[in-house]
Design a protein around this ligand. Structure first.
Ligand code: SF4
Length: 179
């Protein structure tokens, strides 16, 4: 195995990776291209990927598009309602960098400041095939045991404090841009 990192393949991880139920939160425009994954020809269900009826039955929280500060509170609550082990997949450029809304007063610039993101699906907007690639990447990471669970995450109750941190970050960023 020269040069290649070897991961431990456990039975539990293998089984988990073959049945990924998602709770998908359509926070913005980036959500439009995910539904085609649930039908022909992509048909993500053949990989065990399908929507869950509630966060209590979900393995992965899928966030699609920019996240406002109010939405963040809901997302954190959903994440806390999910059983361990749980994963997070985020699509679009906006929740990673601010994207088109980088100077907006109401959006969060980096979702991974608040939730542990396992897979990013970049794009504006990501195409259906990109979402599928994201799911397959998550599947691989789970089956190789590369995602450690449980992970420490702030409680949604501490959100005000988190939002102040976000505002502080944003102000620093704006000051840098303005010189
Ligand atoms: S990256 Fe583009 S498609 Fe996605 S939320 Fe931002 S503006 Fe919308």
């Amino acid at each position: 195995m020269s040069g290649k990192k070897k991961f431990k393949l456990g039975f539990a991880e293998w089984v988990r990776s073959r049945s990924i139920w998602m709770i998908h939160y359509c926070s913005a425009c980036g959500a439009i291209e995910l539904p085609p994954n649930m039908m022909a020809p992509l048909d993500a269900e053949r990989w065990g990927i399908m929507p869950a009826p509630s966060p209590r039955q979900a393995d992965v929280l899928v966030i699609m598009g920019y996240v406002t500060k109010k939405t963040l509170k809901v997302l954190m609550r959903l994440y806390h309602q999910m059983p361990e082990p749980r994963y997070v997949m985020v699509g679009c450029n906006c929740p990673a960098t601010g994207g088109l809304y980088w100077d907006s007063y109401s959006t969060v610039k980096a979702v991974d400041e608040f939730l542990p993101v396992d897979v990013w699906v970049p794009g504006c907007m990501p195409r259906a095939e990109d979402w599928l690639q994201g799911f397959l990447k998550l599947r691989k990471k789970i089956s190789e045991g590369r995602i450690v669970n449980p992970r420490p995450v702030e409680e949604p109750g501490e959100l005000e404090e988190l939002i102040y941190r976000e505002i502080e970050m944003r102000e620093k960023m704006m000051a840098k841009v303005r010189g």
